[in-house]
Design a protein. Sequence first.
Length: 125
Amino acid sequence: MDKDTFERGLEIRRSVLGAEFVDKAIASATDFNRPMQELTTEYCWGAVWGREGLSKQIRSMLNLAMISALNRPHELKMHVKGALRNGVSKDEIREVFLQVAIYCGIPAGVDSFRIAQEAIREMEE
């Protein structure tokens, strides 16, 4: 593991997903799943999200579309909250999910809107 990339990833991950969420995920890691936490933090958040080629907002919108297409509701809810933290507007999130509905199917779009609505409500509480 590259410590600098991991630390950069940890900083980005915490800023997008929320420090409380990330710290809890890392603190509750077991011997079994700790390597996954480290891999995710180092490569996903440090090596890729840490690049300068795309803004956090664009990365968030791409993630919303891809995670919707992959039907990963838990991850989608978490990344809707992250997108809002990154400055993606509710209108932009809506547009992403309309695009998902056309290219991935109406059921994917409907589920994405439902999950996003829950996430938005939780962020506003």
